[in-house]
Structures are given as C-alpha cells and as structure tokens.
Design a protein around this ligand. Structure first.
Ligand code: AMP
Length: 387
C-alpha cells in the first residue's frame, strides 16, 4: 500500500477522502477531534506542493438532494481558521472542475448529496477520479465502506494511496495483531454480543485474557447459569456464548467475568441501586455496572498486561451511578505500562469523560473499521489501495 509520504504531488491535483463527520449543533462544531486528526494530512499535501481538494461526508442526508442542515459549511470555516488560509466550499464540482492552485485547499460539499455515492456507482466514481491526479484515502473511519468516494474513485484515478492517518492505523493494528507484546488483553464491552460476535471470536484466537463488559458480559454470565434478572442480555446467543467460553478454555484464554455488580430497579439515573454478588441478582433487577471488587480485579489484570485493546464500556457509563466500573477501567489503562489501543464511539466518549486522552497510546479514529480489521475482514477502501 503506497502512502502519501512516498509520492511526489508537486503541482498535482490531490483529491483526498477524509473523515470529517463531526457533530454539529446549531451551526457549531461540538467536537473537532476528527478534523484535528485530519489536519496533518492536509498540511502534508500542501507542504509537498499539491493543489488540495477534500472530499468528506456529513450525517445521512437523502442522496440526490441538497439539504443545508447537512452542509459542510461549518467544516470549511473551521478549516480556514485552522490552516490560516481560505478553504472554499465548492458545490458544483461534478459539473465544473474546481479551480485550485498548488498550495490552495478547497472542500467539496458533502459527497452524500451525490446520487450513487453509497452504492459505489461507477459513473460517479469516474467523475470524482477525473478531478484528480492523485487520490489519497485518509478517512480510516470510512474505509470499511465500499462507496464511490471511499472505493470506486481509487479504481479510476491514476495514482491512489493511503494518507498518513490510514497508514498509521493499519501499521498499528497490524503490529498489535501479528506481533503483540504479551500478555495481551482485549476488553470488549457494550450492549450486545450479536454486534461484536466476530470480534469476540477473533480475540479468543489471539489474546491471553478477555474481559467482556456490559450487556455482553451479562450474556456470558447467563450462559454460565447465573440469574441476570431483567438485565440486557441475549437469550438466543446463550449457546454461542457457551461455545465461546469452551473455546477460550481450550485455548487457555482467561475470560474475566464480574464477581460483583451494581444493580438497579430501572434504567435511569434516579434508579434505586445496590451492589451485590453476581449470585444474588433478583428477577426484577438489572445489572448496569460492575461492582467495586470487579473493578479492582480488572485494574489488577490490566496492570499485568503488555498489550491492551479496548472497545466498549463495562457499564452504562453515561449515567453517573453506573459509571464507576468504566472509570476505574479507564484509570487502570491510563496507568498501565503496556501498549494501550482503544477505539469506537462510546469508548472515545468514555476516554474523554474520564480525561485519559493523553494516556492511551493509540486511539483509533474508526470504530467500525477497527472492529472489521480485527475480525480479519477485507476492508474495501484498503483493498483497493493494495491493488
Ligand atoms: P456498543 O454500542 O455496543 O459499544 O454499546 C455501548 C452502550 O452499551 C453504551 O451506551 C452503554 O451505556 C451500554 N451498556 C453498557 N453496559 C450496559 C449494561 N449493563 N446494560 C445496558 N446497557 C449497557
């Protein structure tokens, strides 16, 4: 896979696909993390003398229809300020090739306004490709999608390469999956086993210790015969969970399940709560966090690891009464001497909530892409660069 670092783009038209899908409220960007992560890529292309055109999406507008509420206009203003130069937002780039000189940057309006974007329409992909001499794929959060701006365009452009962000993500993931420092731990939390089944299986094949968290842990506990009361869990996956536990045992993978839990009488910040042994959960109670003994156990396990991969919270961390397990886990990761790698929307939210951004060694910019990469799936936006 070629990378922008190795390619001469002087006086060339550089079309880059970035992930600038930031949350916007009343015209204001409420989290600029994705733009910040993409800035070095834009600067690199400018320093190398390229004429830069940026492609990105925002939200989920109806294809083929312009809708101001999904316009990238706030992102163009942000970029103008961050780069200290004008970044024009261009709307009609499919009909008129944007005029952009070396050292300049334009932002092409939301690619999801274009009919055929999501279906990876070849005609649209060719139109994108015609704008450019070099295509740079640098939105790791979108490379798992086969769409015209993430995949098709790379098939028709003369030179297609990865940007520094995508190159770094792939390099980091590759090194921790192929050649991890051991012992290695994966924490897979969140709501449902079903959405993380493949990643759980992939980890059982790779790690020394696995911590399932949240609703996923509930399903594992139910599979082991514990009563999880009215907790979120997946009864139809109990057999699957049992098979995974058996496989883990066979492979010598230590699966760490909660010994104590925080239960509540309703899914609410104001619920009546109690901390109990996992053996004492009553029918009307729901498990919404791990208890303090479990949190300490997790912290101890984490402190013994050389590689830690974290995706998903171990409780309903968004609600104060159920945030302590995830907070203790985050703190232990922050203090760990091993290499820590984290990713996913809720995980990044937890990292921010508990202020450990600077203490995680690598925070992935793509939750879905990261999980699919770990599962061993082919990511279309990466495969097309390798071709
Ligand atoms: P996911 O999108 O699968 O990573 O799930 C993240 C969500 O799972 C977060 O919004 C958490 O609040 C939620 N979650 C974590 N633990 C539990 C639990 N024990 N019961 C219900 N939801 C949970």
């Amino acid at each position: 896979m070629r990378s922008l670092q190795d390619i001469d783009v002087k006086d060339k038209k550089v079309l880059m696909r970035l992930d600038l899908n930031v949350p916007i409220k009343e015209g204001k960007i409420t989290s600029d993390a994705r733009i910040q992560a993409a800035l070095p890529t834009i600067k690199m292309a400018l320093e190398k003398g390229g004429a830069v055109m940026i492609m990105a999406h925002l939200g989920r507008p109806v294809e083929g229809e312009y809708d101001e509420s999904f316009s990238l206009a706030p992102v163009a203003s942000y970029l103008s300020e961050a780069l200290a130069q004008e970044v024009k937002l261009v709307k009609d780039y499919l009909d008129n090739a944007p005029q952009v000189q070396s050292g300049q940057v334009v932002l092409l309006e939301n690619v999801r306004f274009n009919k055929g974007e999501k279906k990876n329409d070849a005609g649209l992909a060719k139109q994108y490709a015609q704008l450019a001499d070099v295509f740079v794929s640098d939105g790791f959060g979108v490379v798992h999608r086969a769409q015209a701006s993430t995949h098709g365009v790379a098939e028709y452009v003369e030179i297609a390469c990865a940007g520094p962000l995508v190159a770094k993500e792939v390099e980091t993931l590759k090194s921790i999956l192929l050649n991890p420092k051991r012992p290695m731990l994966a924490i897979v939390g969140g709501a449902k086993v079903s959405s993380k089944l493949l990643v759980l299986k992939a980890f059982i094949d790779k790690v020394d210790t696995l911590i399932p968290g949240g609703g996923i842990a509930n399903t594992f506990m139910a599979a082991k015969g514990y009563n999880v009361g009215s907790s979120l869990y997946e009864p139809d996956l109990l057999n699957e969970a049992r098979e995974m536990l058996a496989l883990a045992k066979e492979k010598g993978v230590n699966v760490v399940l909660p010994m104590d839990v925080v239960v509540a009488d309703e899914f609410s910040e104001n619920a009546k709560t109690a901390t109990k042994s996992i053996e004492d959960v009553a029918e009307n109670e729901m498990i919404l966090d791990v208890g303090p003994q479990t949190a300490e156990l997790f912290a101890r396990v984490i402190s013994e690891m050389q590689t830690i991969i974290w995706n998903g919270p171990v409780g309903v961390f968004e609600m104060k009464p159920f945030s302590q397990g995830t907070q203790r886990l985050a703190q232990a990761i922050a203090e760990s001497e091993g290499f820590s790698f984290a990713g996913g929307g809720d995980t990044i939210a937890a990292i921010n909530q508990f202020n450990i951004e600077d203490k995680v060694d690598y925070v992935s910019t793509g939750g879905g892409s990261m999980l699919e990469y770990i599962e061993g799936k082919t990511l279309p936006g990466l495969a097309v660069l390798e071709d």
